[in-house]
Write a protein that binds this ligand. Structure first.
Ligand code: ADP
Length: 399
């Protein structure tokens, strides 16, 4: 069974076509600059050379049509006809309070995605456009599945998801913690249990998704009970360019001092802060490590802050669950950076966490346990694969 996975942004559409029975990616690529001129489609078939097709893509419908044409192309295509695509799985940012699982798209689902536009103003409209583009271009009746970034976190209890604002703002505007990276936290926590040969029901897991955006989830018995991101992905640990948690009073303070509009303040918090803002060097952790190694103190400070804030979240989630059995690292930094994994778990022996420096050192991008044999808490690395997770959830729904 072939499943097409699509992740639509406002001017882009990333895709992967999976043969879900083998888990193999048949082809993948990205349509860029949709609707803004100079658009191009980069397409790479499995085992073949990448092809770049420069052609005007005024809207997402044209982009999806070009992706499908590439997939069936006589020279570099990987399927004979679009009928061989059984279903499409769409990454959708926000389902608000409405869905805790992936769903097959119908009019009601589209209404919910639309209703959540204010909660995900940059992503949800693009995600819906992607769904509608696929509906109009693929054979009628091809199921479209929405896989939401927020869904996995919907099992959080109110004491974890409410903010201590006047209650009316929850009622009027649905302001609460939602959490993101849910597809990754769900996939990684499930895969961790499989990898360790345990039943998820018997495990208290803290999943640490450390990438450009970073978030943590407390997963007790297979269900998310707390997470570090909030109403938006700005909350929690400091990130590449996002502040993470700060004293909210800082926001009006800077706005008044600098005479900033809400939009300008939003940009400052999301795009100019985080480890980039602290270091003045880069948002990329490889650049930071290099600069810190060369003696740049602010780059070192940014790395220290990231490790320290992550450690505090791990400690608080262990307290929230009344213990922790497994800490799992994933995404770009979690999978590849031994020094950050070590720094974030350093001094946690009181919690029963002992990382083995030899198992940790140099480990990149593969499933492994990195804690010592006598560590009460198992620490491991499990690479995330959000596209495969979306394909699997899509398959499960349409089978
Ligand atoms: P995104 O949130 O954009 O998917 P990723 O999960 O790819 O981000 O993570 C990006 C971060 O991971 C960057 O800060 C980068 O430095 C780090 N990273 C990615 N790959 C590696 C690697 N091979 N070695 C060290 N760090 C890496």
């Amino acid at each position: 069974m072939n499943i097409l996975v699509i992740n639509c942004g406002s001017s882009s559409a990333k895709f992967q076509l999976f043969d879900i029975d083998t888990g193999k990616v048949l082809a993948k690529g990205n349509a860029e600059r949709i609707g803004i001129g100079n658009s191009k489609l980069t397409y790479k078939p499995d085992g073949g050379e990448a092809v770049v097709i420069e052609q005007d893509m005024p809207d997402h419908k044209v982009a999806v049509k070009m992706i499908l044409d590439a997939l069936v192309n006589a020279e570099y295509g990987v399927i004979a006809s679009v009928d061989e695509i059984t279903a499409v799985g769409h990454r959708v940012l926000h389902a608000g309070k409405y869905y805790s699982e992936s769903v097959i798209v119908n009019d009601d689902v589209k209404r919910v995605i639309r209703e959540c536009f204010p909660l995900g103003p940059l992503h949800n409209p693009a995600n819906l456009i992607g769904i509608e583009a696929c509906e109009s271009v693929l054979p009628a009746g091809t199921p479209q599945v929405a896989v939401f970034d927020t869904a996995f976190h919907q099992t959080m209890p109110p004491k974890a998801f409410m903010y201590a604002l006047p209650y009316e703002y929850y009622e009027k505007y649905d302001i609460r913690r939602y959490g993101f990276h849910g597809t990754s936290h769900r996939y990684v926590s499930k895969r961790t249990a499989e990898f360790l040969g345990k039943d998820p029901k018997d495990l208290k897991i803290i999943t640490c998704h450390l990438g450009n955006g970073s978030s943590f989830a407390a997963v007790d018995g297979g269900k998310c009970v707390d997470t570090s991101m909030g109403l938006t992905p700005l909350a929690g640990i400091c990130m590449g360019t996002r502040t993470g948690d700060i004293d909210p009073a800082i926001v009006p303070f800077i706005m008044q001092k600098e005479g900033l509009t809400p939009e300008e303040m939003d940009t400052l918090l999301n795009k100019k802060s985080g480890v980039m803002g602290i270091s003045g060097v880069s948002s990329d952790f490889r650049d930071l490590a290099k600069a810190a190694g060369e003696g740049n103190e602010r780059a070192q400070l940014a790395l220290d802050m990231f490790a320290y804030q992550g450690k505090k979240i791990i400690g608080s989630f262990a307290a929230a669950m009344g213990g922790v059995d497994v800490i799992v690292f994933t995404a770009g930094i979690g999978e590849n950076t031994d020094t950050m994994r070590a720094a974030m778990t350093d001094d946690l022996e009181f919690l029963g966490v002992k990382v083995d420096p030899e198992l940790n050192m140099g480990l990149r991008g593969k499933e492994a346990v990195i804690s010592t044999a006598d560590s009460k808490v198992t620490v491991c690395v499990i690479p995330t694969n959000e596209e495969l997770a979306i394909a699997q959830e899509t398959e499960a729904l349409v089978r």
